[in-house]
Design a protein around this ligand. Sequence first.
Ligand code: 3AM
Length: 198
Amino acid sequence: MGKKPPSSDATATTPVTNAPARQRLFLALWPDADVRNRLQALGEQHVDSGRRTRPENLHATLAFLGAVDADTRACVERVAGNIDGQAFSVTLDCLEHRPRQAIVWAAASHVPAALTRLVEQLRAGLMQCRFEPERRPYHLHVTLARKVRRGQTAVAIDPIVWHIGKFVLVESRTYASGASYQVLRSWSLTGSESSQRS
Ligand code: 3AM
């Protein structure tokens, strides 16, 4: 999902030297410790080549935002805060090798209606922040490894049931040692334990 280019007027009047700092952001579902441990074990069991995702980086992307300025981040946070979403459970039941992207991911063969609604609401809201509309269908997945050249296309796994009561805004930073993801904010979904407590 990319941002629309600024209008030609904005380009002409924005001083390059004062360009605001940008953050590389995405919206995601973040696993709890139990699900993260199970995903880590799955990667260790099934992936013996390429580069496994560090356990602390395991997640399912809802919407990739790219490098955004402070105003756009504020807009994204307003959109996220206005989401009227329900908590749900998703079952990761399949390991897939995607040869074109050289990725191995854990995926869910069934997408719960609450997840579809959440993604639809986010995509519609992000258009208000001038993001290009995302038209590709949403497939929930957790990337377990990259640069995997060979592997079975799809393998059934012991199901991992993931209870999802919130979604998060994450900053991605790239270092020589690899990507580092930091959760900046989270929003509860109705019916989750955290939203019942608040
Ligand atoms: O959640 P996964 O691992 O599928 O590949 C990146 C990762 O996806 C993806 O955003 C997630 C968090 O970094 N990503 C990175 N650059 C992207 C781009 N330009 C991108 N997705 C779409 N467009």
